[in-house]
Write a protein that binds this ligand. Structure first.
Ligand SMILES: Nc1nc(=O)c2c([nH]1)NC[C@@H]1CN(c3ccc(C(=O)N[C@@H](CCC(=O)O)C(=O)O)cc3)C=[N+]21
Length: 312
């Protein structure tokens, strides 16, 4: 029997293996760390601060600590109760700023309740050279001005995946970032611009969002809304970077079943995108790898050494 005629030819869609790229980064980070420790006695030190008991945050923070320990870093986790005051949290950050064994400080978001309103003050309390999240205004400004900045981990990881597919020069390519957060959307847009792409930042208030995303040769979805980006929002042949990690109900896995999904309807994108990052196994593992990379860079700078090459 003849197959039904299809209106458009299917495009083979490459799944970008974030776990494999993350392993390569982590291997380079481990080698750089070992060299520093052998020659100076300095072990990269990472402090992760978790306030409250958000279960997803506990999982991420645990994964970060495990990675750091496996790399031979000095790794400490500070877990504070949800009732912690702004003054107490900033006092801890200041103690970590002064601690010579700590090169990187990460305060996990979201902060609980009222404390989230203090977010900007907490970020500004972190010493910029220890700000491995790249959120301090000095690092944000340096990234915007094209200087030596600590780059936020998820954007740095996403860019590395884009470069693996398209190379370092994005001249002539249209990039659309959906999402405008300080942690993801805005810094990814800066990095794409630096790589010569033509960049649009779109968001939930953009008029005719699908028409805007359909222009994208590079589409970055960072909306935090499960599978918001549909297949027909994607230009055929686009490279799609799915930054979302959403836990949604999955009745097929039983009454309490859940599954992870991204901000892109991956099944619909398959056969249309040239390449897409899966969830899980895409940008998520890169985020942790780049956190380790930023921590080693901070330790190198503290030792007065130039930043090492990290497979980027
Ligand atoms: N100050 C701050 N910096 C952050 O970088 C930060 C944060 N707060 N708050 C929460 C988000 C989330 N985040 C992730 C890191 C790794 C995975 C990851 O490794 N995901 C795996 C597994 C996911 C799973 O199985 O749950 C994957 O996508 O394959 C996901 C999410 C960092 N964040």
């Amino acid at each position: 029997m003849a197959s039904a005629p299809s209106s458009s030819a299917e495009i083979p869609t490459q799944r970008i293996d974030g776990r494999a790229v993350a392993e390569a980064v982590v291997a380079a980070v481990g080698a750089a760390s070992a060299r520093l420790t052998a020659e100076t006695g300095i072990r990269p030190g990472l402090a992760v601060v978790l306030v409250g008991e958000d279960p997803a945050s506990q999982v991420y923070v645990g994964a970060k600590g495990k990675r750091a320990t496996a790399l031979g870093f000095h790794s400490v986790q500070h877990t504070l109760p949800a009732s912690t005051s702004e003054i107490e949290l900033i006092a801890l950050v200041e103690a970590l700023n002064r601690d010579p064994e700590i090169h990187g400080i990460l305060v996990q978001f979201p902060l609980p309740g009222r404390l989230d309103e203090a977010r900007a003050r907490v970020i500004e309390a972190i010493a910029p050279e220890k700000d491995v999240d790249g959120l301090h205004p000095l690092n944000v400004g340096r990234l915007a001005a094209g200087g030596e900045a600590m780059v936020p981990c998820t954007p740095a990881g996403a860019m590395l995946l884009i470069r693996r597919v398209l190379g370092p020069d994005l001249s002539g390519r249209e990039a659309v970032v959906v999402g405008r957060s300080n942690l993801v959307g805005k810094p990814i847009a800066q990095l794409l611009l630096q790589a010569q792409a033509t960049v649009t930042i779109a968001h939930s208030r953009t008029a005719d969002l699908p028409a805007v995303t359909r222009r994208a040769d590079i589409l970055v979805a960072a909306t935090g809304r499960p599978e918001m980006v549909r297949g027909d929002w994607i230009k055929p042949g686009a490279v799609v970077i799915d930054v979302g990690i959403n836990r949604v109900a999955a009745p097929e896995k039983g009454p309490d079943g859940t599954r992870l999904c991204g901000d892109v309807a991956t099944a619909e994108a398959t056969g249309r995108a040239a390449a897409i990052t899966p969830v899980p196994g895409g940008v998520g593992p890169m985020t942790i790898a780049m956190l380790m990379a930023n921590t080693v860079k901070a330790a190198y700078r503290a030792a007065g050494w130039p930043a090492p090459p990290l497979g980027e």
